[in-house]
Design a protein around this ligand. Structure first.
Ligand code: HEM
Length: 302
C-alpha cells in the first residue's frame, strides 16, 4: 500500500513538473513568434494603435474621476489609472482576469503573451481560477506576491498597509531624477533609483525582504516607465501622481502584436544589471567607517 501511494505521489510531481516545462516552452515560443511577426508586419501608424470605437481612440480617454471612499485601488498605477478612467470598473471591484488581460492590451499595447501571463500569475498567487474568477484591485497587493519592498511609488508594506495610495515623496524623488533631455528618465536613472530604494529599505525596514523574483518584478515595473512611456517625464508625472492617463496620450508601442516579453526583457535586464545596490551600500559602510575614524583621506574618491 505504502509503495502504491508513494509511487503515485512521485509520478504526480514528475507529471506536474513536465507540464510546467511544456507550458514554459509553449509560452516562450508564442512570445518569440509574436516578436518575429512584429519584425515582419508593418507597425501601426503613430496615433492609430487604439482602434476606432475603443476608449482612447484619437487620444480621447473616458473622463478621469479620482477614487471615491470605498473604491478599491492597488499598488499598480497602471491598473488604478484604468479604473480612474472607468476603463476597468471605477470601484475597482469584481474585475475578471480576462477583462484585465483585454484592457491592458487595448490601452498600453503590451503583447497578448504579456497580457495573458501577468494576470495568470496574479490569479495563481491569489489561488483563483483565471477563466472564471474575479478580484478587487486591492487583492493584488498581497505582500511578496508581485507587490514587494523597495518600490519607487509606494512605501514598504511594513510602513503603509494601504498600498493603493501613491507615496508622493517617493514619486517626487523619481520625477526629479531624470537626467535625459527635458529631465526624462533613462535606464541608468532607474537603476540608480532602484539601487537606492533597496539600500534604504534594507536599512529602515526591519521586515525587509527581496527575493530575486521580486528584484525582477521591481525592475520590470520600473521598465514600463521607459518602454510604455518612453521615459517622458511630462507623461509620467500625471500617471504616477494622479494615476491618470495623460491628456491626449496614445500608446507609443506601435508594433502590431504589442510589446512582447522578449523585447520588454531587454530593457528589464539593462535596468536590473545596472543596479549597484551592494556596491553603494558597501561604499556607505566604508564612508561611515572612515568618517568615524575622523579621517577624510580618500573619502571623496570612494
Ligand atoms: C497586467 C496586469 C498587471 C498587474 C497584475 C500589475 C501588478 C502590479 C503590482 C502588484 C505592482 C506593485 C509592485 C511593487 O510592490 O512595487 C505594480 C507596480 C507597478 N506597475 Fe503594474 N501590473 C500590471 C500591469 C502594468 C502595466 C501594463 C504597467 C505599465 C503601463 C504597469 C506599471 C507599473 C508601475 C510603474 C508600477 C510601480 C513600480 C514601483 O512602485 O516601483 N503595470 N504592478
Amino acid at each position: 500500500m505504502f509503495i502504491v501511494v508513494a509511487t503515485s505521489r512521485i509520478l504526480s510531481v514528475i507529471f506536474s513538473k513536465i507540464a510546467k516545462l511544456f507550458g514554459a516552452v509553449f509560452f516562450f515560443s508564442w512570445d518569440a513568434t509574436l516578436a518575429l511577426l512584429n519584425l515582419i508586419i508593418p507597425n501601426y501608424k503613430p496615433h492609430a494603435v487604439v482602434a476606432a470605437g475603443s476608449p482612447g481612440h484619437g487620444g480621447l480617454w473616458p473622463e478621469y474621476v479620482p477614487p471615491k471612499e470605498g473604491d478599491s485601488r492597488c499598488s499598480c498605477p497602471a491598473l488604478n489609472a484604468l479604473a480612474n478612467h472607468g476603463i476597468l470598473p471605477h470601484d475597482g471591484k469584481n474585475i475578471t482576469f480576462r477583462q484585465l488581460e483585454a484592457k491592458v492590451r487595448e490601452v498600453y499595447n503590451f503583447a497578448p503573451s504579456f497580457c495573458w501571463f501577468v494576470p495568470n500569475n496574479i490569479a495563481g498567487i491569489l489561488d483563483r481560477d483565471y477563466k472564471t474568477d474575479s478580484f478587487d484591485l486591492s487583492d493584488i497587493d498581497v505582500h511578496n506576491g508581485i507587490e514587494h519592498d523597495a518600490s519607487l511609488t509606494r512605501e514598504d508594506a511594513f510602513f503603509s498597509k494601504s498600498q493603493g495610495k501613491p507615496s508622493i515623496p517617493r514619486i517626487q524623488k523619481l520625477l526629479q531624477s531624470g537626467t535625459g533631455p527635458n529631465g526624462d528618465l533613462t535606464t541608468s536613472d532607474l537603476s540608480q533609483l532602484l539601487g537606492q530604494a533597496r539600500v534604504e529599505s534594507k536599512r529602515m525596514n526591519p521586515q525587509y525582504s527581496q527575493a530575486p523574483n521580486h528584484k525582477l518584478f521591481g525592475s520590470s515595473n520600473a521598465s514600463t516607465l521607459l518602454t510604455i512611456f518612453g521615459g517622458k517625464i511630462d507623461d509620467i508625472r500625471p500617471f504616477l501622481l494622479e494615476e491618470r492617463i495623460p491628456t491626449g496620450w496614445q500608446p507609443r508601442i506601435l508594433n502590431r502584436f504589442g510589446l512582447t516579453v522578449l523585447k520588454f526583457n531587454q530593457t528589464v535586464f539593462k535596468v536590473e544589471l545596472g543596479i549597484k545596490e551592494e556596491l553603494s551600500s558597501e561604499k556607505k559602510k566604508l564612508k561611515r567607517a572612515l568618517a568615524n575614524q575622523g579621517s577624510g583621506i580618500g573619502y571623496n574618491s570612494i
